[in-house]
Ligand binder design. Structure first.
Ligand SMILES: Nc1ncnc2c1ncn2[C@@H]1O[C@H](COP(=O)(O)OP(=O)(O)OP(=O)(O)O)[C@@H](O)[C@H]1O
Ligand SMILES: O=P(O)(O)OC[C@H]1O[C@H](OP(=O)(O)OP(=O)(O)O)[C@H](O)[C@@H]1O
Length: 211
């Protein structure tokens, strides 16, 4: 067992809101706020270590119990489901998963669709669930380019402000699912470190209800 409970945080877009939430919950987040390349940080005066990872790796660390808890986007959990407990919707990192494409695609249903996405599983589940035949073309980024370049008919991607779609002449064709950051807990830690896990969950939950 780790000495202190360990929480995995997603670097990048979710980082600032996560740090703000933990700070509001009473933790000294100075070590994370201080610019540094450190990936393991200790919360002063509180039994908690923090590790910084990319979203999909947060879920993996929590699955294996190397981290007891983690903060990760719902998109990551849907794309690569893990046997972890999802205990809180943290309410930030809000965006939606959507099908998008050129406006004319709305009026021209196709027998077989080519779909570009960083989220092949979400895309396949969505279209197959509707009986739509698809070929999924996996992308690593700049997904909006695919329909513009003729690589795909539509994309499945995250839409937040809608600015990227707009700047590229694309529109949302269908909403798939709303997304936000979630707190996940390792299943064994939840049993064997119940008191510590509940204390941390309660501290965070209280801040959410105060907002
Ligand atoms: N506009 C957005 N684009 C992508 N993710 C967003 C957006 N808004 C909120 N999110 C949430 O933030 C999480 C982290 O996003 P972030 O872009 O930092 O990492 P990423 O998706 O791994 O991208 P990258 O590969 O560019 O680092 C996502 O998993 C998602 O839940
Ligand atoms: O609706 P918006 O506010 O414009 O946000 C959505 C865009 O942000 C994300 O891309 P990201 O910036 O992570 O770049 P990449 O996936 O293309 O690397 C996502 O894949 C969309 O392209």
């Amino acid at each position: 067992m780790n000495e202190n409970p360990r929480m995995a945080l997603t670097k990048g877009r979710l980082e600032k809101d996560t740090v703000n939430l933990l700070e509001a919950a009473g933790l000294d987040m100075e070590p994370v706020r201080k610019p540094s390349r450190k990936l393991i940080l200790q919360v002063p005066q509180f039994p908690l270590d923090l590790i910084l990872l990319k979203g999909p790796d947060v879920a993996t660390y929590v699955e294996y119990g190397v981290a007891d808890l983690g903060v990760v986007g719902k998109d990551v959990l849907l794309e690569d489901p893990k046997p972890v407990y999802e205990v809180l919707d943290l309410g930030f990192g809000r965006c939606r998963m959507a099908v998008a494409g050129p406006p004319e695609m709305a009026a021209t249903p196709k027998k077989h669709l080519r779909v570009a996405s960083k989220y092949p599983r979400i895309a396949r589940d969505y279209f197959e669930g509707r009986g739509q035949s698809v070929e999924i073309i996996r992308q690593q980024g700049s997904v909006e380019l695919a329909p513009l370049m003729g690589l795909a008919d539509v994309i499945v991607d995250i839409v937040e402000t809608g600015n990227t779609l707009k700047a590229n002449g694309l529109v949302v064709l269908e909403e798939i699912v709303p997304i936000s950051a979630r707190l996940v807990v390792n299943k064994i830690s939840y049993k064997t470190r119940r008191h510590e896990m509940n204390r941390l969950i309660d501290m965070m939950e209280k801040q959410l209800t105060n907002r």
